[in-house]
Write a protein that binds this ligand. Sequence first.
Ligand SMILES: Cc1ncc(COP(=O)(O)O)c(C=O)c1O
Length: 375
Amino acid sequence: MKDKQFLMIPGPTPVPERALLAMAKHPMGHRSSEFSAVIKQVYQDLKWLFQTQEDVFIYTSSGTGAMEAAIFNLVNPGDKVLSLVIGNFSERWAKIAEMRGADVEKINFDWGQAVDPAVLRERLDQDINKEIKFVTLIHNETSTGVTNDLQTLAKIIREHGAISLVDGVTSVGAIPVKMDEWGIDVLVSGSQKGFMIPPGLAFLACGKKAWQAYENCKNPSFYFNFGAYKKSVAEYTTPYTPNVSLIIALKETLDMMKEEALEGIYNRHAGLAKRMRAGIRSMGLELFVEDDAIASKVITAIYPPDGISVPDIRKTLNRDFDIVVANGQSKLKDKIFRMGHLGFVSEKDVITALGSLQASLEKLGCTCKSGCLCK
Ligand SMILES: Cc1ncc(COP(=O)(O)O)c(C=O)c1O
């Protein structure tokens, strides 16, 4: 059936009608007082969502743009950067830093695992000359469905004195992130995730210690320049032409988020993950991340049952049930599939998706182990 498609990929996520209708209006001029009033409110609400007193910059780019902004405004070529890698997206920090000409050292953890705080502490303790200037890490690793213990990791980095660059692309607005309280130096995110609007905006908040690094950066970025963005936030505008329609939609979704309140948003996502994981287990399917303590609240990675391929599962869910789920990425391609429950998603959506998955497996002739509901 047309117009019924439901995105259960980890972004872009479904968009509420309120935001869609806001985007359908005639665009405003980006230097108008009308738009200035909108963005003033949005800047204020983003601070609330990021749980910070710092300004939150809005870039017209996808989330990767904000990652690049962080590296290219803070890191000088030759600076030592330690990258904590648990999957595809946490590895992206290292790739960007390498392109900047930084001296990048990676600590790789098995995909499906979280960063072990003891390993980080040991490495930073060895760095007695304080050569490591930056540590890059991810909060929620979308490629594997693992959430790092960001509070603990940020504390270890702070005690060492390095600057933490945190990818919160699939955590801000869904999983608790307390930028100021946890001592995170730079936090980035993207619009097509917990923010419940389409792709096209990225967000970055920069703390005071990181700001000193910006002031010492010899060749900062032009388009993503921290100084230009900070000045614009104070003037309730943006340095260049922003995506006006998306910012207007964002005002609507931030209003919705304030109505739900942070605790409500976090509890909803936690409840969705719990239901999803229980449903998958009761079907007799195997979760890629068995340990509930590190399992993501916004994305669940699942092994296909024996004899049934990931492409077939995705195709059947899409064709017969209008549900789009994601494949695994890079070395996990066709080995797992990933079901997103991020942003504008309700309990009904997860229950529908579980029932549709079960029916898809049935159609594909699933012969799961005993206890499988497909039988
Ligand atoms: C955790 C994480 N970081 C970074 C990105 C990259 O964001 P974008 O595709 O918006 O550039 C994604 C995208 O899915 C992500 O999930």
